[in-house]
Design a protein around this ligand. Structure first.
Ligand code: BTN
Length: 251
């Protein structure tokens, strides 16, 4: 059950999340939202997903009615640079969760608490002739699992297990949209700048640390040096040479 009244009471946005559709069960919110892909800011929320998916072709465990699974549409003029949008989504989630603890970002966009994953972000875009028609931003946020498959127990955590707080998912979702829309409109307003580089330094779980990155089928060790103004990850090799990474994952 999704309490629409509670959701709208807490939503202060101009366009984001104002129109929505709620499913008790669907395949994946990333798929069903395609029907609404011409509606900027539209959101699809599901209590559970039968084919929830994550990055790199993985599946996303979606237990019934315990967590938040949602996807929303962004269109122009709200789309400018996907790398930066990706950063803004991660910053917004960390800010949203800051009242419950010290949440960090594991590059490119996992939200972690003590290196355990609490939220995952999947951004899929429709690109025609090199221009992005729309992006679908999908977020899975672990609020309260009662059951977690064995293989995830060492790697995932829920907010409830960290704080024991009772969390209304409608309020959390509305607050997320309030925060993300403010970041987005600030970023798109050319007269105001967000210190993306400084914010990354503050929120990255691995800033200045040694990391192993999987790129295609290769793995390589680097030191994380922060983010560039274009959203790429700056890393150095052991010989001191620099590299910029636009995709990959920390293993
Ligand atoms: C990842 O960490 O690999 C990304 C996970 C994204 C999961 C969310 S849940 C809502 C939306 N629907 C999906 O099928 N996936 C995203």
């Amino acid at each position: 059950m999704f309490n629409n009244k509670l959701y709208f009471e807490h939503l202060n946005t101009h366009f984001l999340g104002r129109k929505h559709k709620v499913y008790d069960k669907c395949t994946s919110t990333q798929d069903v939202i395609r029907e609404y892909s011409n509606l900027d800011g539209f959101v699809v929320i599901a209590s559970t997903q039968t084919k929830g998916r994550g990055r790199m072709g993985r599946s996303w465990f979606s237990s019934d009615n315990e967590n938040l699974y949602f996807s929303y549409v962004l269109k122009n003029p709200h789309l400018r640079n996907l790398q930066i949008i990706n950063l803004l989504v991660s910053f917004s989630l960390c800010e949203l969760l800051s009242e419950y603890g010290n949440f960090k970002i594991k590059w490119p966009n996992d939200i972690v608490f003590n290196y355990k994953k609490v939220a995952g972000i999947l951004i899929e875009s429709s690109i025609v002739n090199k221009s992005v028609l729309y992006s679908i931003i999908g977020i899975g946020l672990n609020i309260n699992f009662k059951y977690l498959p064995k293989e995830l127990q060492d790697r995932a955590i829920s907010i409830k297990s960290i704080t024991n707080a009772n969390i209304e998912k409608e309020i959390l979702l509305a607050k997320y949209f309030n925060i993300f829309e403010t970041y987005l409109l600030t970023y798109l307003n050319n007269s105001i700048t967000i210190d993306l580089v400084g914010k990354w330094r503050e929120l990255s779980a691995y800033y200045g640390k040694r990391i192993k990155i999987r790129l295609n089928d290769d793995e390589e060790c680097f030191i994380e040096k922060g983010i560039d103004a274009d959203g790429a990850l700056r890393v150095t090799r052991e010989d001191g040479s620099e590299k910029k990474l636009y995709y990959g994952e920390i293993v």
